[in-house]
Design a protein around this ligand. Structure first.
Ligand code: ASP
Length: 336
């Protein structure tokens, strides 16, 4: 009898724990709870691109570059690689591509230099690494990952970050490596008019781990060693296995003040919103009311993807293990 009673009480405790857990992590985290084996989503920057102002040639080039980047991450994930590897390698591909405002294609500061920011975050343990205002590290996303794994810090800036990258054996380039004529000429135009662009990636691997990364040259014409949202954990980059992975692009000052990436995660965790509800609320309501233009790509632990933006376009793409994939640029195409 005593044993029976004990079993009953134990059963009750177990079932109440289960209910608590469900409510605590938010029952309605996802529209679909069907789990993708793996999933990847990328962006190549939000901005003013429209069908009218992007030439057919550039449209084609951007789409091909997004396909190239996503293929890299897709392969890693399909072969059982980690979300972190997929994020790092996918972003490296875009950093090496002069079309994007990251690495080789970074925009110019007011003084005609290139200062790069990047961050990466591991959703399994909330480990994170970032570099800010670096001028000679070829692939800032890799430096960010080393800060996460090989240093006790989260963010290193400027000369110190370069020294650390050198000590880590990463590829250092002369600052002139980042000079591209297109970006330099653009600067001359932009000296009157600010402009943005960036790259980012979120991934879910076969072990159920989420990761996010973002890399950027920042806002063109920036001054005074300005640092944007991309390397700031919770602003432009965030990942947490319990909720979602997020990478943002847009007017960084707003993403920092509205802690965009973490706000999406918090709305899911504390309010039980789905990924779509949370990201739409932050990007197309809160940010719009604040006057902050941009967008995010994000993914929940089931591999659901959301890509909301409030600018006229955002270079973006996704692929999931059930065979779905897509590459989009404008507002009126594909899914958001
Ligand atoms: N968010 C980046 C920054 O403010 C720029 C961008 O995404 O275009 O540095």
């Amino acid at each position: 009898m005593i044993i029976l009673e004990a079993l009953l009480i134990f059963g009750l405790i177990l079932s109440s724990c289960k209910t608590d857990k469900k409510t605590a992590s938010g029952q309605a985290i996802s529209a679909s709870k069907q789990k993708q084996e793996w999933a990847i989503v990328i962006h190549g920057g939000a901005g003013g691109m429209t069908k009218e102002n992007l030439t057919p040639e550039l449209d084609k080039e951007y789409r091909a570059s997004l396909v190239e980047a996503i293929s890299k991450g897709k392969k890693i994930l399909a072969e059982g690689g980690s979300a972190l590897d997929a994020v790092e390698q996918t972003i490296r591909t875009m950093e090496d591509n002069p079309l994007f405002n990251a690495g080789k294609g970074a925009v110019f500061t007011h003084e005609g230099r290139n200062e790069l920011d990047a961050a990466i975050m591991d959703g399994s343990n909330l480990a994170a690494g970032a570099v800010a205002g670096v001028t000679d590290i070829k692939n800032p996303i890799t430096a960010a990952r080393r800060v996460m794994t090989n240093s006790p810090h989260v963010m290193l800036a400027g000369a110190g970050a370069s020294q650390f990258a050198k000590e880590q054996g990463l590829e250092i380039v002369p600052p002139s490596y980042f000079y591209t004529e297109k970006r330099f000429n653009e600067l001359q135009e932009i000296l009157k008019k600010e402009k943005n662009g960036t790259v980012g990636c979120c991934a879910l691997d076969k072990n159920g781990n989420l990761a996010a990364g973002t890399s950027t040259g920042g806002m063109a014409n920036k001054r005074y060693n300005r640092i944007g949202d991309s390397p700031i954990i919770g602003a432009g980059t965030y990942a947490n296995n319990n909720t979602c992975a997020v990478s943002g692009t847009g007017h960084g000052e707003y993403f920092i003040r509205w802690t965009v990436a973490h706000d999406i995660s918090a709305l899911m965790e504390y309010k039980g919103l789905t990924l779509r509800e949370a990201s739409e609320l932050v990007v197309n309501d809160k940010l719009v009311k604040a006057g902050g233009s941009g967008g995010v790509v994000c993914m929940d632990k089931y591999g659901n993807i959301s890509m909301p933006f409030n600018s006229s376009g955002m270079f973006r793409g996704f692929a999931t293990s059930d065979g779905k994939e897509g590459i989009f640029i404008y507002k009126d195409e594909g899914i958001r």
